[in-house]
Design a protein around this ligand. Structure first.
Ligand code: 13P
Length: 247
């Protein structure tokens, strides 16, 4: 399995930000791991053009479950593919919170993404209240079962475990806590999609930065990271790519 360093630019970036992409691919011309950046939809096509012929993959941050139609403001998986994307993030906790996305909707989007030839990066994770109540495994197990298409494979699915309370806060779970959740997710994914689960990349996300990447990447069943803030700067994201390549 090739590990995956993925960056989520969220609602950040304009055409000027593509200079960071050029710097990244220059610094990491042939990383051992896979490298993915997911910019806002406005930058997918231009980032894909910048990344053409390099090791960098480009993805979207959401797609609609339908292929086309009267859905003002939305974009389909086929449109992302047409713009040069190979992946799409789905069910990020910010979309679950801001747009009330449910597991069933995330599953429908994942099915649409896979049908359009994209790799679905499905996000799950508990809130701080849920962790404090001892419900972490229950919550992420339910999200995983409800959000992942039963027919998904190692080739078209990536899972990102992102504790909501670790996103943008500088706080992370302890190494044993990350290990517990990732081992649990591998087992639950096997129950959901069978032997293909062994090859699905399980990413950790939430305050990953150059200074903590190596110890997180040493955790069993952590097959990469989904990086927010630190993916905006080529130097930081490049350092995370290097740490994953060395893991
Ligand atoms: P930060 O790395 O900024 O905590 O964001 C994580 C995230 O939400 C990536 O999808």
């Amino acid at each position: 399995m090739k590990k995956l360093a993925a960056g989520n630019w969220k609602m950040n970036g304009t055409a000027a930000s593509l200079s960071e992409v050029a710097a990244l691919v220059q610094a990491q011309p042939a990383p051992v791991c896979e490298m993915l950046l997911c910019p806002p939809a406005t930058l997918v096509a231009s980032m894909a053009a910048t990344a053409k012929g390099t090791a960098l993959h480009v993805g979207g941050q959401d797609c609609h479950a339908k292929a086309s139609g009267a859905h003002t403001g939305d974009i389909s998986a086929a449109m992302l593919r047409d713009a040069g994307a190979s992946h799409v993030i789905l069910g990020h906790s910010e979309r679950r919170a801001d747009h009330n996305e449910t597991d069933a909707q995330v599953l429908a989007k994942a099915e649409a993404a896979i049908a359009a030839g994209l790799i679905a990066v499905v996000c799950i994770g508990e809130t701080e209240a849920e962790r404090d109540a001892g419900r972490t495994l229950d919550v992420v197990g339910t999200q995983l079962h409800g959000s992942v298409p039963a027919g998904a494979t190692a080739a078209n699915l990536v899972i990102a475990y992102e504790p909501v309370w670790a996103i943008g806060t500088g706080r992370t779970p302890t190494i044993p806590e990350i290990a517990e959740v990732h081992a649990f997710l591998r087992a639950r994914l096997t129950a959901r999609i069978g032997e293909q689960a062994a090859g699905v990349r399980l990413l950790y996300g939430g305050s990953v930065k150059p200074s903590n990447a190596a110890e997180i990447f040493a955790v069993p069943h952590v097959d990469g990271a989904l990086v927010g803030g630190a993916s905006l700067k080529a130097s930081d994201f490049g350092a995370i790519v290097a740490a994953l390549s060395a893991a």
